[in-house]
Design a protein around this ligand. Structure first.
Ligand SMILES: Cc1cc2nc3c(=O)[nH]c(=O)nc-3n(C[C@H](O)[C@H](O)[C@H](O)COP(=O)(O)O)c2cc1C
Length: 172
C-alpha cells in the first residue's frame, strides 16, 4: 500500500558519515519533540531526553569515546541526543527505544541523517564520564538507553536500505 509515512519508515537508514555543518536548533528541537511524543508504558514518562548541541560538550563526548574506545563512536556528528531513564526500571529500555525510533524517523522526514549510538551508558560510567554525566544534569541512577546521532548526510556516500530476511513477517 502506497502511503507517504509508511514510505518514510521503510526508507530510513542509519547514517555514519556527516557533514561538519551543524543542524539548526529548530530542526533539532523538532526531532527531540518527536522523541517526547513517543508512547510510554502506563504513560509514566520515565525517560528524559538530553540534547547535546554545545560544541564543547559534543567534543567532550567525542574525546571520551576516543580515550576509552579508541574510536569516535559518534561518527563525527555535531549533535547528539541522549535518551536516559531510571536504571532497573522494566520500562526504561522499552520507552527509551520508542523515543529513539521516533527521533530517527523525524530526522529522516527532515532530510537529516541519524544513527543509534549505543556506547554512552558504558562511557558515562567511567571516572571522567560520570563527571560529564553530572555536568549534563543526568541523574546518577539513570542509564543511557541510547543516543541519536543527528546531522547532515555527507555528500557522495550511498546509504542503502538493508535487505530484510525473507521470513520477517508471518501471517497466522
Ligand atoms: C539497539 C541498537 C544499538 C545500535 N548501536 C549502534 C552503534 O552503537 N553504532 C552504530 O553505528 N549503529 C548502531 N545501531 C544501528 C544498527 O547497526 C542498524 O540499525 C542496523 O545495522 C540496520 O541498519 P539500518 O538502521 O540502516 O536499517 C544500533 C541499532 C540498535 C537498534
Amino acid at each position: 500500500m502506497e502511503n507517504k509515512f509508511v514510505n518514510l519508515i521503510t526508507s530510513r537508514v542509519s547514517c555514519r558519515a556527516y557533514l561538519s555543518k551543524r543542524v539548526p536548533l529548530k530542526k533539532v528541537q523538532a526531532v527531540a519533540e518527536a522523541g517526547k511524543y513517543a508512547p510510554s508504558a502506563r504513560n509514566r514518562q520515565i525517560i528524559n531526553i538530553y540534547v547535546v548541541k554545545s560544541e564543547n560538550k559534543v567534543e567532550e563526548l567525542r574525546n571520551l569515546s576516543l580515550e576509552i574506545l579508541e574510536r569516535d563512536c559518534m561518527h563525527g556528528v555535531k549533535t547528539i541526543i541522549l535518551v536516559a531513564g531510571p536504571r532497573g526500571d522494566d520500562y526504561t529500555d522499552i520507552d527509551g527505544s520508542c523515543s529513539l525510533e521516533n527521533m530517527f524517523l523525524a530526522a529522516h522526514a527532515l532530510g537529516l541523517g541519524s544513527c543509534w549510538i549505543n556506547q554512552f551508558d558504558r562511557l558515562l560510567q567511567s571516572d571522567k564520564g560520570s563527571k560529564i554525566k553530572k555536568s549534563f544534569g543526568i541523574p546518577e541512577n539513570f542509564k543511557i538507553v541510547g543516543a541519536c546521532a543527528l546531522g547532515y548526510i555527507k555528500e557522495g556516500i550511498s546509504l542503502e536500505i538493508k535487505e530484510r530476511k525473507a521470513d520477517f513477517i508471518n501471517f497466522i
